[in-house]
Design a protein around this ligand. Sequence first.
Ligand code: DQA
Length: 159
Amino acid sequence: MSHIFTETRPCSILVLNGPNLANTGLRQPEIYGSQGLDDIPALVERLLGERTKRIALDFFNSNSEGALIDRLEQARSEGVHGVAFNAGAYTHTSLALADCIAWIGIPVVEVHISNVFARQERIRRQSFMGAHVLGIISGFGLWSYALAVQALYAALADE
Ligand code: DQA
C-alpha cells in the first residue's frame, strides 16, 4: 500500500459525506457542533502542516445511498488513494454501502462527528461498513475528518 507522494504526484483523498451532513453547523449543534463541512480543509492543514501540500482533497456529499455508491465506484476508476467517509445514518443500515466498500479496494476510514458508541440509541453502535474499513474515528467533532485524513496519509505513505 506504500506510495511516494509529492506536490506533483499527490495522495488523493476523497472526503465523502452521506445524509443530513451538508447542514453540519446548523443541525443539532449540541451534538454535531457549530462548524460546517467547509471548515474541514483548514483543520486538515492545521493537523498535517507541510504534508498538506502532498494531499489532493476532493469532497462529495449526497443524501442518497445510490449516489454515494456511484461516487465510490467513480473513485475506484479514478484511482483515488483513500476515502474518509461519514455515511451518517447509512452507517447503521446500509448493506449496499458496506458491499461497495468491501470490493472497491480503496482504504476507507469511517468517520463520525459524534461518539456513536456514547449515543443513546443502540443502533448507532452498529456499523455495517465497520468490517471493511481500515479504522473508525468517532467523537472528535469536525476534527474527526482531519484525523481520518491523517490516518489515511500515514497508512498510504507508510509513515
Ligand atoms: C454521524 C452519526 C450517525 O449516527 C448519524 O446518523 C449521523 C451523523 C456522526 O457524524 O456523528 O447522521 O455519522
